[in-house]
Design a protein around this ligand. Sequence first.
Ligand SMILES: [Zn+2]
Ligand SMILES: [Zn+2]
Length: 289
Amino acid sequence: MPPQLPPSGAPVIDLHTHSTASDGTLAPAALVDAASAAGLRVLSVTDHDTTGGLDVAAAAAARLGIELVPGIEISAVSDGRDMHILGYFIDPAAARLRAFLDRQRADRVRRVEEMTARLARLGCAIDADAVLAAAAAGRSVGRPQIAAALIAAGHVHTRDEAFDRFLEYGAPAYVPRQGTSPEEVIAILHDAGGLVSLAHPGVTRRDDRIAALAAAGLDALEARHSDHDAAAEQHYRAVARVHGLLVSGGSDFHGDVGHRAARLGLVSVPEEDYAALKGALERRRHRAS
Ligand SMILES: [Zn+2]
Ligand SMILES: [Zn+2]
C-alpha cells in the first residue's frame, strides 16, 4: 500500500467520492455521515455525469460541520477511449452544464440498451428494466450496473469477470460512448464556475494528452489517488509542475469492498494542495467578475 495516511491531526481532505446518484453504494447523506465518522473535514462528492446528489450532501455536510466541495466526474472521450474529468466548486444550475448532462444521460441510456442487446445475442440476457428504471429515477447508469445485472443473472461471479469478458474496451459487449472531447468538458466546467482536474491519470494512462489539455485550460492533475502508488503520485506531481498544473486527490470511494478505496479517510490531499486549488479558484472568479 502507498503511504497515503495524513500526518495525525492534519485535516483529512477527500476530493473524489461516489454516492448512489451514480455507482456508489451509499446514499448522499449516508456518504457524508460516513465521511464525518471517518474524520474528514473536506469532502467532494463527484458522481459520474450527475450533480443529483449534491443538494442532499450539502445539507448533511452543513449539519455535520464538513466543508462540501460541489463536484462531478464527467466521462469524456478521446480517440474512442474514456477519460474522466473532475469538476470542483461548480454551480450545478449552470445552463450549459445542465444541457450537457441531459445529453450525457440520454447517451448512457442508449449505451445500456445496446450493451444489453449485445449480451442477449451472446447468450447472457440480463434484466435491463431494472437498470433503466434507475436511469429514469435520475441516476447515472452504465457498465457498473450492467456488471451487477450480469452477476445477478448468474452469468459471471464478479465485477472484474464481467468487465474482462464482456464490458471492457474491446470486449464483445462494449459499446463506445458518443464522445465529448476532454477539451469541451473543460470549457463546460469552467463555464459552470469550476476548476478542472484530470482524474486518476495513472489508471487512464494518456500522458500524451496532458500537454494539450493544459493548453485547453486544465487546472490540475489527480496525482493522489487510491490506485496510484507513491511512484505514480511523484510522477504526476512532476508532470503537473512541467505543465504549470495544480494537484488534486481523493479516494474514489464507492462504498463497496474491492472497488477502489474500501474506506474513507485513507487517502487525503495535503493541506497545501487544497489551499492552492482554492487560490486558483479565487483568481479565476476574480478574473470572471
Ligand atoms: Zn474515474
Ligand atoms: Zn471516480
